[in-house]
Ligand binder design. Structure first.
Ligand SMILES: C[C@](O)(CO)[C@H](O)COP(=O)(O)OP(=O)(O)OC[C@H]1O[C@@H](n2ccc(N)nc2=O)[C@H](O)[C@@H]1O
Ligand SMILES: Nc1ncnc2c1ncn2[C@@H]1O[C@H](COP(=O)(O)OP(=O)(O)OP(=O)(O)O)[C@@H](O)[C@H]1O
Length: 284
């Protein structure tokens, strides 16, 4: 048995700098236009490859999500089946990202698993094929695999790399789980933002079409936004619950963070157009 321990593979969070809902398709899925950017705040995964083909996960989040439902094991299994590799892996997850907050932690863990194992198992799948496997695990997985900030449209699968401003963010994490499916099933969700060209979108005012309804239904989200917006331009990411304030410098973000009321929680992170996962891969 080989036991090559490969440590510290980052699975960064993402922000949706804007999220426009343009319509609903006959299958119930929504046409979106959104801008993804990574932040330098990550889960970390370690991998030990084995020749028995077994897949195991060690994670403190097992108390919340059974390992068999964890996207990490689903991703590893998908890659194993797709490539037919006889190799397996023992995986350790150091979970730092809040779950169900619209910052994509589950999708990012899945993407990092696919990218790291494709490297460690030497299965050599091209990025496009990894992204295809990723898409079957979640709409946001391909952007994490590609590893560049991207404008996305359709149901999120068409990605165009974008250089977005790499701001500092103060991200508040309301203590509530917002279900993406419920937000998209809400009859009162606005679904009529006109589709714009990418150039027009980049120069227009950005908003999140899900924000108002989520804030109406979750007072914790409304409260976090109401506080943050006093200090900086602020929005919700994805379908919530996290909200972010935008700052030019770390110092400005820290000054506001220092005033955070005791009942609110958050962290500071920097926007990065190149994913920490890509940076890690380049170091090898
Ligand atoms: C809205 C975003 O957070 C933007 O980053 C993502 O596109 C959501 O991605 P996700 O959490 O991976 O969501 P999925 O697991 O694919 O979808 C959850 C549910 O949300 C609804 N859904 C999702 C994406 C989409 N474009 N239209 C939808 O209507 C569907 O009811 C779906 O069953
Ligand atoms: N490794 C994982 N990390 C987090 N959640 C996972 C993982 N595997 C499965 N899940 C499931 O996925 C759900 C959504 O988790 P996640 O943290 O990705 O939500 P999110 O940040 O709202 O994502 P998105 O922005 O893509 O909607 C969790 O509630 C959990 O049940």
């Amino acid at each position: 048995m080989t036991n090559n321990l490969s440590k510290g593979w980052p699975a960064p969070a993402k922000l949706n700098l804007f999220l426009h809902v343009n319509g609903r398709r006959p299958d119930g899925y929504h046409e979106l236009q959104t801008l993804f950017q990574f932040i330098d705040y990550c889960d970390y995964l370690d991998f030990a490859i084995n020749e028995q083909g077994t897949l195991t996960l060690h994670s403190e989040m097992e108390a919340v999500v059974a390992n068999s439902d964890n996207l990490i094991l689903k991703a590893a299994k998908s890659l194993q089946e797709y490539t037919g590799t006889p190799l397996g892996a023992e995986i350790w997850l150091n979970k730092k990202l809040p779950m169900g907050g619209g910052i994509g932690g589950g999708s990012s863990d899945a993407a990092t698993t696919l990218v790291a194992l494709n490297h460690l198992w030497q299965t050599h799948l091209p990025q496009e094929e990894l992204a295809q496997i990723g898409l079957s695990l979640g709409a946001d997985v391909p952007v994490f695999i590609n590893g560049f900030a991207a404008f996305a449209e359709g149901v999120g699968e068409k990605l165009i790399p974008v250089d977005a401003p790499e701001n500092w963010y103060l991200i508040l994490t309301p203590d509530v789980h917002v279900s993406t499916a419920e937000v998209f099933n809400d009859p009162q969700l606005p679904r009529d933002t006109p589709k714009l060209s990418m150039d027009d979108l980049m120069s227009s005012a950005w908003h999140n079409d899900c924000q108002q309804r989520v804030a109406e239904q979750y007072p914790q989200v409304a409260k976090a936004l109401a506080w943050l917006i006093e200090y900086a331009p602020s929005r919700m990411t994805g379908t919530g619950a996290c909200v972010f304030g935008i700052f030019d410098t770390r110092q400005q973000a820290e000054q506001v963070f220092a005033q955070l009321p005791a009942e609110l929680r958050g962290f500071i992170a920097k926007g990065t157009n190149k994913s920490p996962l890509v940076l890690r891969l380049e170091q090898r």
